[in-house]
Design a protein around this ligand. Structure first.
Ligand code: ZN
Length: 102
């Protein structure tokens, strides 16, 4: 059996993909799962089929969509840093004001 190369996740572009048994559907039992966003491919009873089903579905992977998702993750990170900096500034301004009072 040739080793199947799995396509990147169609939603986040992740290339680290896991696979596992599906607990939800007792009739179809194996599926590929994205380790970053948790997207699951169609469930199949053969691991290799789960892989090719995933690839079929991932065929519509949209580079711009994925980079947009990455960008929004980066933006969220920047927003978080801004929040931290604002807090930092508030605290330092307060400390400075207290120093000025003395
Ligand atoms: Zn993903």
């Amino acid at each position: 059996m040739p080793l199947l190369t799995l396509k990147r996740c169609p939603f986040c572009g992740e290339s680290e993909l896991g696979s596992g048994w599906s607990s939800q559907d007792p009739y179809s039992c194996y599926r590929v799962r994205c380790s970053r966003c948790g997207t699951e491919g169609p469930a199949e009873c053969e691991g290799s089929e789960a892989g090719s089903s995933w690839n079929q579905r991932a065929g519509g992977y949209d580079e711009s969509l994925a980079s947009a998702a990455l960008k929004s993750a980066e933006l969220a990170e920047i927003e978080e840093k801004k929040k931290q900096l604002r807090k930092d500034i508030t605290e330092k301004t307060k400390a400075l004001a207290e120093l000025g009072d003395n």
